[in-house]
Design a binder for this molecule. Structure first.
Ligand code: SAJ
Length: 424
């Protein structure tokens, strides 16, 4: 029991739900983790961790061993319910809320007076209120938080939004250390949400309304997307001028108020490449800068493929090796990865125009090629040494092990280094 919470039901045991469940359990609140995937549930109950994240396997093993963390395919009653399911987009970049709705449906029968429901999934503005309305319909015997309710009118079930902010690779540290924004549908839900997060967060927990918290999360990721787009635009400008973009950025960043990010092959992952669309799809004409940044970053993979094709055209190139498939350095996550997109386009183009060229891929963080690539017959997964024998090298992800490759190993080859590994 901590801060009045004896138990928590975490719906969704993915990249956010599982580390959060482990940290909540470690703080002394018993957690039931729920996932529709029985393989994940089975693994966790055996004390094994289904995702690659430094330190997480130990915490999962310890918490399962102590009986503080258990997994199941459906919820049970609890004090706090946290929804941490994906919010992808469907056609036309419209957010797909079906997972959030399904999660709300799954917890509804188990809710009781005094419960707190927190949506951690990244959602468009207004959706936390929508969740409260969905729950109200499913449970007419209970009252739920309402926007505009005063402090004195406490609902039976309090509903809030607390967007996650953790960075893959340092999740355990950030889960505890980062400041959190807790937005209540009503003031009482924000206050109760604050109590829940203070049970395991050392950072400051800042309280607001649910709409502000929703837009705050989207604004953080759109901010980073816009800044990366600026770096990517500079990379394109530098290419035309024949200037080394890495040197340019290093020099510009010596200005005390300039901090330009790094260009790359595009922006991936399930957050920055997705969340800005939640603003654009709601209010496109007002979000012109955010929309343009998305276009700039989404266009990067194709321009990398064009560069590879141009640089290898008319040369005696029999093999091209792509280094990395993950969406960024030192993670095993391939979601929305520009590297996967690049290998896919490149394989298709080579198949049509230069079928004799072998396309090699090296990715130490995954055992097998993802399904998008596994079906393409010309793509082969190899190790670093074999990849380094290729005639052309395309550096797509700056994993630590790739950074350790000396520039001399690729000398004399055609090199397209999208991460500046051999320049920085
Ligand atoms: N990238 C660049 N250049 C850079 C920095 C990043 O090209 O200078 C690329 C990366 O290679 C990657 C993509 O951008 O493809 C995103 O990587 P990231 O490290 O910027 O962010 P994520 O997606 O791993 O995590 C982000 C974080 N948000 C912010 O930094 C504002 C994290 O705190 C959030 O919790 C996470 O999104 C999320 O889940 O929303």
């Amino acid at each position: 029991m901590k801060n009045g919470f004896a138990s928590c039901v975490m719906v969704g045991l993915g990249y956010i739900g599982l580390p959060t469940a482990a940290v909540v359990a470690r703080a002394g609140i018993k957690v039931l983790g729920v996932d529709i995937n029985p393989r994940i549930v089975e693994m966790i109950n055996a004390g094994r961790c289904p995702i690659e994240e430094p330190g997480l396997p130990d915490v999962v093993e310890e918490m399962v061993g102590k009986g503080m963390l258990e997994a199941a395919t459906s919820p049970s009653p609890g004090d706090a319910f946290v929804i941490a399911v994906p919010t992808p987009f469907e056609g036309g970049y419209k957010p797909d809320l079906s997972y959030v709705e399904a999660a709300a449906r799954s917890i509804a029968p188990h809710l009781a007076k005094g419960n707190l429901v927190v949506v951690e999934s990244t959602i468009p503005v207004g959706v936390t209120e929508q969740v409260a309305r969905w729950l109200e319909k499913l449970r007419p015997d209970l009252t739920f938080s309402r926007r505009g309710a005063g402090r004195s009118t406490a609902a039976d079930v309090l509903v809030a939004h607390c967007p996650e902010r953790i960075l893959p690779g340092q999740m355990l540290r950030e889960l505890v250390g980062n400041d959190r924004v807790i937005g209540g549908v009503c003031p009482e839900s924000a206050r109760r949400g604050h109590e829940f997060y203070k049970a395991f967060v050392d950072g400051e927990c800042l309280v607001t309304d649910s709409r502000t918290a929703e837009l705050c999360k989207l604004s953080e990721n759109a901010y980073r997307d816009v800044n990366i787009a600026y770096a990517n635009e500079l990379a394109a400008i530098c290419q035309d001028f024949g200037i080394d973009v890495w040197e340019l950025i290093d020099l510009a960043n010596r200005h005390p108020r300039v901090d330009i990010l790094q260009p790359g092959p595009g922006v991936g992952g399930h957050c920055i490449a997705v969340d800005p669309w939640f603003i654009v799809s709601a209010l496109g004409d007002k979000a012109r800068l955010i929309r343009e940044a998305r276009w700039i970053n989404s266009a990067r993979p194709r321009s990398v493929v064009r560069e590879v094709l141009d640089r290898t055209a008319g040369r005696d190139v029999r093999s091209i090796a792509c280094f990395g498939l993950a969406y960024k350095a030192n993670v095993d996550d391939l979601r929305e990865s520009p590297a996967v997109e690049i290998v896919e386009y490149l394989a298709t183009e080579l198949h049509l125009t230069r079928p004799d060229v072998r396309l090699l891929v090296v990715e130490p963080f995954v055992k097998e090629l993802p399904k998008e690539l596994a079906g393409l017959n010309a793509v082969t997964k190899v190790d670093v040494e074999e990849a380094l024998q290729a005639d052309a090298i395309v550096m797509l992800v700056d994993h630590k092990s790739f950074r350790a490759i000396p520039a001399a190993r690729v000398e004399g080859k055609i090199v397209v280094d999208t991460r500046g590994v051999w320049r920085r």
